[in-house]
Ligand binder design. Structure first.
Ligand SMILES: Nc1nc2c(ncn2[C@@H]2O[C@H](COP(=O)(O)OP(=O)(O)OP(=O)(O)O)[C@@H](O)[C@H]2O)c(=O)[nH]1
Ligand SMILES: [Mg+2]
Length: 424
């Protein structure tokens, strides 16, 4: 098999009293892998504050040059969002390509995005990131040439930068416009589902926690032959698009399950905005299942990041189940185990776990269902179809006076069909 030559990179960071510096650096190495590059060395500097002009101190820069030469690395990935001038200065001083954490995450998203919508969202985020990073030298040049903003007479004296800036801004608004149109279509689909009154559950959580594996586990648990599984992989940001699937339980209750993009510490703000619409599925959910990698020592921090991100996206006040996954990797951890009303220790690969998770989900979704019996005259047969489509039908008999159904119904349906209620 042919080996792909991976780009060799150094990773580096200034620790600046950051509480989670070590795990952040480990995560940066994972991000590097997810972008098809390989880490050949790392550089850490412990400073109160990073250096304004070059981020690292000058002694460190010497060290980086040496390490880069020894390992033939031409790229340095820094665990922070650098200012445009820091990137420029470092590129000049080190003669290396510079990528900051934000740029790296954006590159991964750009390489990985599949649906047209995700691609467009990522492109907007990238353009926004690039806009302030155009050469400052060129900017000064542009100012001298006059014809500032709002001037009608553009064109002849226009510099390359101005062209670029204007082209980029135009491109952004064009993409935004197209996305809006697509969002309207999505909203219509969502509204239809809401009218169909099928409750929805969204899997959310930190990247690589096991959301997609949980989704696939549930799909297969209830339909062994399903072909509707989603992509799961041990890599950061395996999922970049929301997928929605319908799950039908043995008692005919249905719910929609959506798999969503994972979160990460220091998610670039450009992406938070870009993915707000991708996460609309979660925002409209009746229940969130937060999948947590319980085998990661930092899982508590990951929960915090997830909640902060959900909050930033305006997703609040939705009931949540905390699903502590990968329990099979923890020695001496019994699972499945419900540890609280909304807390579950489980493994996405284990059938008993999936069963218990489903029970917790259905309890939350269908709590207000009551068991009743209706006798529906044959002339009103459409309501029999309605119930078979929407409710969980426990028994159905044909009598001389019509169809008798024992069903679990919502308070609304009970009200709607009150005239058919019978005592049994
Ligand atoms: N041992 C073990 N591995 C698991 C379990 N659940 C998921 N994994 C593994 O964890 C890795 C990530 O799983 P995914 O389901 O792709 O994670 P995700 O949350 O969808 O990740 P993103 O889409 O990147 O946000 C895969 O290699 C899975 O096989 C589990 O219960 N036990
Ligand atoms: Mg996934």
């Amino acid at each position: 098999m042919q080996e792909i030559e991976l780009t060799k990179v150094l990773i580096g960071g200034v620790s600046q009293n950051q509480a989670y510096f070590e795990s952040d650096m480990a995560e940066l190495a994972e991000l590097v892998k997810a972008n098809n590059m390989t880490v050949v060395g790392d550089i850490r500097q412990n400073l109160e504050r990073s250096v304004a002009a070059t981020y690292f101190g000058s002694g460190k820069l010497d060290e980086i040059r040496q390490l880069a030469a020894e390992n033939e690395a031409h790229t340095l990935v820094v665990n922070d969002e650098l200012s445009p001038s820091q990137i420029r200065n470092l590129e000049r001083d080190l003669k290396m390509n510079l990528l900051d954490r934000t740029g790296l995450i954006l590159a991964i998203f750009a390489n990985r995005a599949k649906s047209r919508e995700a691609k467009m969202q990522v492109q907007i985020a990238r353009l926004q990131y690039e806009l302030p990073r155009l050469r400052v030298g060129e900017q000064a040049n542009m100012m001298q040439q006059g014809g500032g903003p709002g001037f009608a007479n553009r064109g002849s004296g226009e510099t390359k930068l101005e062209m670029n800036q204007r082209t980029i801004k135009n491109k952004i608004s064009q993409l935004r416009h197209e996305l809006k149109t697509m969002e309207v279509a999505e909203q219509t689909k969502r509204a239809q589902r809401e009218r169909a009154a099928i409750p929805t559950v969204a899997l959310v959580g930190y990247t690589n926690a096991g959301k997609s594996t949980t989704m696939n586990g549930l799909l297969r648990h209830f339909d062994a032959a399903t072909t509707k599984t989603v992509f799961e992989r041990d890599m950061l940001f395996a999922t970049l698009d929301t997928s929605v699937r319908e799950i039908t339980l043995p008692d005919n209750k249905k719910f929609l399950l959506s798999d969503t993009v994972g979160f990460i510490n220091k998610l670039p703000t450009q992406l938070v905005k870009a993915f707000r619409s991708t996460l609309a599925e979660a925002a409209g959910a009746d229940l969130l299942v937060q999948v947590i990698d319980f085998s990661d020592p930092n899982y508590q921090e990951m929960i915090k990041v997830t909640e902060k991100t959900l909050h930033a996206m305006g997703i609040a006040d939705i009931p949540m189940i905390y699903a502590y996954n990968k329990a099979d990797r923890q020695a001496n951890t019994a699972f499945p185990l419900q540890t609280g009303e909304h807390d579950l220790v489980y493994s996405a690969n284990d059938q008993a776990s999936l069963e218990l998770l489903t029970q917790m989900i259905t309890k939350e979704l269908f709590a207000d269902l009551t068991k009743v019996t209706f006798l529906i005259p044959f002339a009103d047969g459409k309501w029999v179809d309605y119930l078979n489509e929407r409710a969980s039908v426990l028994a159905q008999d044909y009598t001389a006076n019509g169809t008798q159904l024992t069903v679990e119904v919502t308070p609304e349906d009970r009200q709607r069909l009150a005239k058919y209620l019978v005592e049994v």
